[in-house]
Design a protein around this ligand. Structure first.
Ligand code: CMX
Length: 138
């Protein structure tokens, strides 16, 4: 039984600023629907289809001093970050643009990550409370 990722719900305190950030990441709203029974308006931003498929990543702590261990200590278990891949060659220009627009990146330059990716992160303080990973294939 394949399970399809339908969406990830993000509570937003400042809709225009989050839409601006996702716009810089190449995503825009294609459907808006009020759901009065749940007390929200929903704004849907479609993902580009990832091949091979998008994944859930379960982060099992191995280093009690690591970022994920600290996250669990401070905030409890749960969703830790969102991760977006851009095409090869697009990561450095994206990082430069985000920095120029005032977003706080965690690393001065992308580092090596799993799956032979170059990775960087946008700090939650400048991304609506979410840690956002951006990556490209090496
Ligand atoms: N999502 C949302 N908020 C987060 C967060 C997360 N994942 N991690 C930390 N925060 C919050 C903290 O709770 C803190 O909030 P308050 O100011 O309200 O207390 C705030 O962000 C600021 O945190 P900080 O003091 O600047 O830094 P931390 O020591 O909490 O570290 C971060 C946060 C993002 C800088 C650090 O976790 C980091 O460098 N992450 C990048 C690397 C990483 O996360 N690796 C694991 C993933 C590995 C993988 O997938 O391969």
């Amino acid at each position: 039984m394949p399970t399809h990722l339908n969406h990830i719900g993000i509570a937003v305190a400042d809709l225009p600023s989050i839409q601006k950030l996702f716009g810089l990441l190449g995503m825009s709203v294609d459907h808006i629907e009020p759901v009065p029974a749940q007390g929200v308006n929903t704004h849907f931003l479609p993902f580009a289809i990832e091949k091979p498929a998008s994944h859930l990543e379960l982060l099992e702590v191995t280093d009690p001093e690591g970022a994920v261990a600290k996250f669990i200590q401070k905030r409890g278990a749960g969703i830790h970050h969102l991760s977006f891949r851009v095409d090869r060659g697009e990561l450095d220009p994206l990082c430069a643009r985000l920095s120029a627009e005032g977003y706080r990146l965690i690393y001065d330059a992308p580092r090596a990550g799993a799956h032979q990716m170059r990775i960087n992160f946008i700090h939650p303080a400048s991304a609506g409370g979410m840690l956002i990973e951006i990556m490209e294939k090496m």
